[in-house]
Each structure stands twice: as structure tokens, then as C-alpha cells.
Design a protein around this ligand. Structure first.
Ligand SMILES: [Ca+2]
Ligand SMILES: [Ca+2]
Length: 470
């Protein structure tokens, strides 16, 4: 679940671990994407970004399906856009591998591009795309790969859910109850809103399905978590100028990034450039030291969610400073946009991996951290009334960049309600002492270590430390 490797033991009561993006990790998340690519330019934007992270996932399928807003419209499948992306990836794959050996081949990626249904859509009756004779290349691929998988499979649903609904319909009609349960148990589905009626059908008929449905509780779709990708926070780094400086024109794949999308105009995001509503669905599963996909309430690059029914998660809110009101307001989009600067820098650096030699690009710091109280850094058992110390001064950077250390308490993820009152001493060079009050007994405190380098495009690595106070 966590990206970390126990590195050095300093005796019985302390331990050290490393964390960072650049390691080879046999526990890459398994990922299936279904996309209505071509209907709105933002799916292509998300796909271009995703392929720059192809070393971080084990892709099982990339499925194009349609998103027909009118029942009369059909055959709008634009899977050839996926082919074009992968052809561009083929031009840079050797260069990408100079920076991370685990980028897959374009040949492999092309082999898992599948056609989904061309019939689903907002106003299309589900009988048009789910049921007898409705299998697609995409649904067959999902069925086969999930049935074979021996660990959870993330499914990122960027448009209608027709292909996933067809798989579930088929499994339920073909398999014994126990087999259905085993199949469903493996799925971790992140729905970007409810883009057709099959989502509701899936949730109703498979109540044991683990699912995030990112939808604003009060129905204001502009405030749904995933829109934090381009709304709120510092929107200057979603502008056309930013894209021209860091993405478009840098390598053949990044140059496929559309520089225009509907971002709501002056009322929302005036730049009309980067949108990427769908990207949080896979950024959520990225193994970056911050994200903990099994716990939606912990928050990370794909947002934070609360359980509204067993196994079903919807938008949660973080407090966000609003300058116009000079106060903190709860916000679902803030659970994504609070990380935007890191998310954008990360993408920008990876884009240069597609065109530059190793020495001329930036790579992530590697966090090496020790604690004097626990040999399990991720969940640190500690005592109320005592001090706890973490030391990350041994952290390194593969480019020998200078590192800066930031320790932040993630209040909304913690059960201890007064993180801002904790007494801490932050030492230079990456050490922190925290005094744990008696009132913290029985509570958790989420401490996020963020280590940033001073590269041209600065890169950050994270380590989340969950203090369990006893
Ligand atoms: Ca979409
Ligand atoms: Ca670096």
C-alpha cells in the first residue's frame, strides 16, 4: 500500500526508510482506464499526462467509449486518439527510460487499447449498452484481467460507465454468488461524477463495490472534488502560457496536449486552457508517499472523500483560505488544488524526461527517515505525554540538489482535533520534535513530510507518518 522500503535499522527502537518516486516498485498499482476521449478535449489532456506516468502503473487496459448526449447519436468512438497518443509515446519511450527504467513499451500499451461501447451516454437507456450481446472489446478485457488479478485493480472512469456495467452484469449473470463477490472485491473504482445512468445501476446492484463517486453533495458540479484540478488555488499554473512553457512543444507526446478546454470562463477559471477533470481518478492511486488509496478519508493528489455508505465514498471538504472573506471555508476542490503546485511541477519535470538526457532533467528527492519510537514509520505508535522525533536529514537527491524540508499536519485526515496547537521544534536539515499532549490519547495525527529539491523545475517527495497516540 505504501511506497517505502525499510532501509537501515538503528537498533531496537528506531528505524529508517526511504521513499520517493524514482524507485522501481514491484507493487505498482494495477490500472484500467475507460475514457470518453474526443468528446471534450480534457480527456486527451489527462491521457497525455497519464502516459508520462506510465512507469508508475501496471496498465491492464485503456478503453475508449462514447459519450452520447442524445440517443440518436452513436458511433462516436474516438479510440484512434489513443492510438495517436501511443504512437507519440513510441517516439519518446527510449528517452523516458533514461529517467526511469520501468516505462512500458509502446507496443505493450498499444496491445491493451480496446474499443468500448459506442452506445452509452447521459440520455441513452441502459438496455442499449448493457445486457445480452452487449460485450465490447473493452468489457471482455476488463473481465479477463480482473478475473486473473491477485490484488486490487483500480478502475478510473472518465466518462460513462457502460463497459464496467456490462462486465458486472455479465459476472452476475454467469458466475456463482461467491465468484461474483470475489470479483467485485478486487475492484477499486473512481467515478468522475455520474456521467450516465449505469453508475447508479452499478451502485444499487453491487452494494459491496468499493467506489469513490466524486460528486458535490449539494449538486454544484463546479465544486466537485475533481474540478480542483483546474479550479481554486493558484490558477495561473493552469494557463496557456504555463502549458506553452512546460508542456506543448517539449516532446512529441506532450505536444498532443490540447491548449484549449472549457474551464468556465471568468466566473471559474478564466484561462480556458488546462482542465483535466479526469486526472484525479488516477492521481488518486499514484504511489507518491502521500496517497493512501485504501483510505479515501486520508486525502492526497486525487482528493479526499468520506464514507457515505459502507464502501461508498463521496466528496469531503478541507478548510481553505478565501482571501475575499479573509477566512477559512470548507471546500471539496481544495482537497485537490492544495497540492496543485507539486502536481504541475511533477508533470512538467516528467515532460522534460521525454526529451532530455538524464543530466539535464530533474528527478525526485529520496526521503530517508528515522524515528526514535517505532520501527514502523508509516504507523507510528507513540505515547501521550511523550515527545516523538523524526529525522529525515539523511535524505538524498539523485541530482545532488539541495533539499528543503517541510512538515505539515493534515488536520482533516487526523482524528486529533487540535493539530495546530501541537508544540513542535523544527530543526534545520530535516528533523522535528513533537510533544504529544495527554488529550491526544486514542487519536491519530497525520504528519506529512514534504521534501523539495532546488532543481529548475522543483520536485517534491512525500512521506506520510500516521501517529497513533496511546
Ligand atoms: Ca471525460
Ligand atoms: Ca532532483
Amino acid at each position: 500500500m505504501y511506497r517505502s522500503t525499510l532501509a537501515v535499522l538503528f537498533g531496537l527502537l528506531s528505524a529508517s526508510l526511504t521513499s520517493g518516486f524514482a524507485q522501481t516498485d514491484s507493487r505498482k498499482p494495477l490500472l484500467i482506464v475507460t475514457t470518453d476521449i474526443g468528446q471534450d478535449p480534457d480527456d486527451l489532456q489527462s491521457m497525455v499526462r497519464l502516459l508520462h506516468y506510465a512507469d508508475e502503473f501496471e496498465f491492464l487496459a485503456l478503453i475508449a467509449n462514447a459519450d452520447n448526449n442524445e440517443p440518436s447519436e452513436a458511433n462516436r468512438l474516438q479510440d484512434t486518439l489513443l492510438d495517436q497518443c501511443i504512437a507519440a509515446y513510441a517516439e519518446i519511450e527510449d528517452n523516458l527510460r533514461l529517467h526511469s527504467e520501468s516505462y512500458p513499451t509502446a507496443e505493450y500499451l498499444q496491445s491493451i487499447v480496446k474499443k468500448g461501447t459506442n452506445q452509452n451516454g447521459v440520455n441513452v437507456p441502459m438496455t442499449r449498452y448493457v445486457g445480452v450481446g452487449r460485450d465490447t472489446e473493452g468489457s471482455n478485457r476488463i473481465l479477463r484481467t480482473v478475473a486473473k488479478a491477485t490484488r486490487p485493480v483500480a478502475i478510473a472512469v472518465w466518462g460513462g460507465a457502460g463497459d464496467l456495467a456490462q462486465v458486472l452484469w455479465k459476472v452476475k449473470n454467469k458466475f456463482e454468488e461467491a465468484q461474483v463477490a470475489m470479483f467485485v472485491e478486487k475492484l477499486r473504482v473512481y467515478f468522475i461524477g455520474q456521467q450516465d445512468s449505469s453508475v447508479e445501476w452499478i451502485l444499487k446492484n453491487f452494494p459491496d463495490l468499493w467506489a469513490i463517486v466524486s460528486d458535490h453533495p449539494e449538486g454544484d458540479k463546479w465544486q466537485s472534488t475533481y474540478r480542483g484540478m483546474f479550479l481554486g488555488g493558484d490558477m495561473s499554473i493552469t494557463s496557456k502560457e504555463w502549458l506553452k512553457k512546460h508542456v506543448i512543444g517539449i516532446n512529441p507526446l506532450s505536444s498532443m496536449y490540447p491548449d484549449e478546454a472549457h474551464t468556465g470562463g471568468v466566473r471559474y477559471n478564466p484561462h480556458m486552457a488546462m482542465k483535466e477533470c479526469d486526472s484525479p481518478s488516477w492521481l488518486y492511486f499514484l504511489n507518491n508517499g502521500l496517497n493512501v488509496p485504501e483510505y479515501p478519508n486520508f486525502g492526497g493528489w486525487g482528493g479526499r472523500f468520506e464514507e457515505i455508505k459502507p464502501m461508498l465514498y463521496s466528496d469531503a471538504r478541507d478548510l481553505n483560505y478565501v482571501a475575499a472573506l479573509d477566512s477559512l471555508m470548507p471546500s471539496a476542490i481544495a482537497t485537490v488544488h492544495r497540492w496543485r503546485e507539486d502536481i504541475q511541477n511533477d508533470f512538467a519535470a516528467r515532460v522534460t524526461w521525454g526529451s532530455r538526457p538524464y543530466e539535464e532533467a530533474n528527478h525526485h528527492p529520496q526521503i530517508i527517515i528515522s524515528s526514535h519510537v517505532s520501527d514502523n514509520i508509516e504507523r507510528v505508535e507513540c505515547r501521550a505525554g511523550n515527545d516523538v522525533t523524526f529525522d529525515a536529514s539523511a535524505s538524498i537527491d539523485p541530482d545532488e540538489d539541495d533539499l528543503s524540508f517541510e512538515w505539515l499536519f493534515y488536520q482533516e485526515a487526523s482524528t486529533f482535533p487540535f493539530c495546530e496547537n501541537l508544540i513542535t521544534t523544527v530543526h534545520p536539515e530535516g528533523r522535528i520534535d513533537i510533544s504529544l499532549p495527554q488529550t491526544a490519547r486514542g487519536k491519530t495525527i497525520h504528519l506529512i513530510l514534504r521534501v523539495e529539491d532546488d532543481g529548475d523545475i522543483p520536485l517534491a517527495s512525500y512521506q506520510r507518518l500516521i501517529l497513533e497516540v496511546m
